[in-house]
Design a protein around this ligand. Structure first.
Ligand code: NAD
Length: 496
């Protein structure tokens, strides 16, 4: 296997890595060296921001283009991304440890987000108000914010980026991206494809490295007008504070602890499938992971037994194996953290229904594999119920009444997503209205559309991505009041 060696992508070209030792990314599934990324610092961030600022200032080639022209360029870029989608999916699977089947889905969904954002560029909304008194009218227009710093995590490197990047570009912004130091490959590749498609140099820049060096330099840079961040709540809070000091715009997509509520009148087979996917997809490294199953008491025992049986049949294996359902966790330290939560669950008295251990058999001994794990009889005060574990661990709690189900689901500081399963339309609408989260899935899980905004309430974040809101996040509103004809003097006595 050849090792991919990357520099940064700045001003439409590869920038040679600096003197610092590069960051090595090894496979979390088998330990082989996959790629090296530049361990950048302030100088590289400064160069990238300067390029993005120049590209933004050169308005005639980007921010002042007709929206439709930006859309054409974005679509040409997305065609190239689509042509390379298999290679990108392989890279994504290798660097994250996720199964190739799901990595392909991630690339396809990213392209879909991009196509939608490009279409929005045709129709950036504005308003003319003509009823402001006879000779007056008002304009509400929108302008791109400027240079946007984008900081993204490792769990869905391409999707988390594509919830931001094409929307910001459609709005006319330019950007500097800081991908996770563990999974920087695809961000660098798509940036290089943008240049091939004819996007002007400096519109997309990628600087790799750590959060402490590259992320913080980007946040503090005076020429960056907005930070759009996806990652943990702990880091998001720090970023919000730093941006607050500078009165810098910030968008935050943070952690979650979603509930998947199953009523006894649900289509049970569908709910079993959704509950399983909800907690094992992406090895559970998923911000809207359905990590708390809240199930009606009279079906709880049987539901858990059947879910445990299905969990045992999940194929845990190598990322590039076509039959793998669940791959490796991102790295050893994270795997040990997840295993630590499993031990805490046992200690706190939850009942282990399946899994609960690392998998090292059949050629998986070098990797970070954890068996799908279910804990039943989890009480709301237990750690399993409260903390984002970010691994294939499900906690099950039962309820008797609808109000109890809602109270349990809402008993969290997070509010990114929730799911519910019932055939009763009244119940579906009543409960979804009461669930405190940015998204609710009804009779499905993790399924959505690019038109629907995505984001959190509470500790899950600020602002929205996707949908029209996802475009507007990257734009400032400008009001223009226009007076037509002769303006009566406001101070007639002072007119000579
Ligand atoms: P993380 O917060 O550790 O890191 C995210 C990014 O921030 C990385 O690029 C990292 O290098 C950078 N970073 C770290 N410290 C920084 C600092 N002090 N200043 C600036 N940048 C810094 O998150 P992670 O472990 O990569 O990802 C997992 C987390 O992301 C989970 O909590 C998950 O729920 C969340 N997430 C949220 C969404 C969403 O849309 N809400 C989507 C995916 C992941």
């Amino acid at each position: 296997m050849s090792v991919r060696q990357y520099g940064n992508w700045i001003d439409g070209d590869w920038a040679r890595p600096g003197a610092a030792r590069p960051i090595e990314r090894r496979s979390p599934a088998h330990g082989a060296l996959l790629a090296t990324f530049a361990d950048s610092a302030f100088a590289e961030v400064d160069a990238a921001v300067a390029a993005a600022k120049r590209a933004f200032r050169k308005a005639e080639t980007w921010s002042d283009l007709a929206g439709g022209e930006r859309a054409h360029l974005l679509n040409r870029w997305l065609d190239l991304v689509a042509a390379d989608s298999e290679q990108l999916a392989v890279m994504e699977a290798e660097e994250t440890g996720k199964p190739i089947r799901f990595a392909r889905g991630e690339v396809a969904w990213s392209i879909e987000l991009g196509r939608y954002a490009a279409a929005l560029a045709w129709q950036i909304p504005g308003e003319a108000l003509s009823h402001l008194g006879a000779p007056n009218f008002g304009l509400i227009t929108r302008a791109p914010r400027g240079v946007v710093g984008m900081i993204v995590p490792w769990n869905f490197p391409l999707v988390t980026l594509f919830q931001k990047l094409p929307f910001a570009l459609a709005a006319g912004c330019t950007c500097v991206i800081k991908p996770s130091e563990l999974t920087s490959g695809t961000a660098l590749e798509v940036a290089a494809l943008a240049a091939k498609a004819g996007l002007p140099p400096g519109v997309i820049n990628v600087v790799t490295g750590t959060g402490a060096q590259v992320g913080e330099a980007l946040i503090d840079h005076p020429d960056v007008q907005m930070i759009s961040f996806t990652g943990s709540t702990a880091v998001g809070r720090k970023i919000a504070l730093r941006c607050g000091e500078q009165l810098k715009r910030v968008g935050l997509e943070l952690g979650g602890k979603a509930a998947n509520v199953v009523f006894a009148d649900a289509d049970i087979d569908a709910a079993l499938d959704g509950a399983l996917l909800g907690y094992v997809l992406n090895q559970g490294e998923e911000c809207v992971q359905g990590s708390r199953l809240i199930v009606e008491e009279r079906i709880a025992d049987e539901f858990v037994a059947r879910l445990a049986a299905r969990s045992g049949a999940v194929r845990v294996g190598m990322p590039l194996d076509e039959s793998t359902d669940m791959g490796a966790l991102i790295h050893e330290q994270h795997m040990n953290k997840v295993l630590g939560y499993i031990e805490t669950g046992k200690r706190e008295g939850a009942r282990l229904a399946c899994g609960g251990h690392r998998i090292t058999a059949h050629g998986l001994e070098q990797g970070c594999f954890v068996a799908p794990t279910i804990f039943a009889q989890v009480r709301p005060e237990m750690t399993l119920f409260r903390e984002e574990i970010f691994g294939p661990v499900l906690s099950v709690t039962s309820f008797r009444t609808m109000d109890e189900a809602i109270a349990l689901a809402n008993d969290t500081r997070y509010g990114l997503g929730n799911g519910l399963w019932t055939k009763d339309v009244d119940k579906a609408l009543l409960v979804s209205k009461k669930l405190r989260s940015g998204t609710v899935y009804v009779n499905t899980y993790l399924e959505t559309a690019v038109q629907l905004p995505f984001g959190g309430v509470g500790q899950s974040g600020l602002g929205r991505e996707n949908g029209l809101e996802g475009l507007l996040e990257f734009m400032d509103v400008k009001s223009t009041f226009v007076k037509l004809g002769k303006r009566p003097d406001a101070l007639p006595h002072a007119c000579s």
